[in-house]
Design a protein. Structure first.
Length: 113
């Protein structure tokens, strides 16, 4: 039964790492590869919040608001599944660990009785 506990612990650590990486990646700002008229790179917000004020104020040959929405969508498309998978696997590991621990304590109670 010890190997199972180690596997659950390693799987839980991996799930927590994937979850943390996904949440951290959502927190980083999203920039376009274009600059506004003052020379600042156009910021679109983060994976959590959309901030299109700089994109809307920038004039150019492209629609920067649409480009920002696309860039934010791409960021969310690969980070949200990481968060969901990490959280789901972490929850499964937590439930499996709790049931294994409860099962072991019942077995030791029966052996001691």
């Amino acid at each position: 039964m010890q190997k199972r506990h180690h596997r659950l612990a390693y799987t839980g650590i991996a799930a927590a790492t994937v979850l943390a990486f996904g949440l951290l990646a959502l927190n980083f700002p999203v920039f376009l590869d274009a600059y506004d008229r003052w020379g600042f790179q156009i910021k679109c917000g983060t994976g959590y919040l959309t901030d299109l004020t700089q994109a809307a104020a920038s004039v150019g040959d492209r629609d920067f608001v649409d480009d920002c929405e696309t860039a934010l969508l791409v960021r969310r498309m690969w980070t949200v599944p990481l968060v969901v998978i990490g959280a789901a696997v972490g929850l499964i590991v937590l439930v499996a660990s709790a049931t294994a621990s409860a099962r072991e304590s019942l077995m030791t109670d029966r052996e001691n009785a």
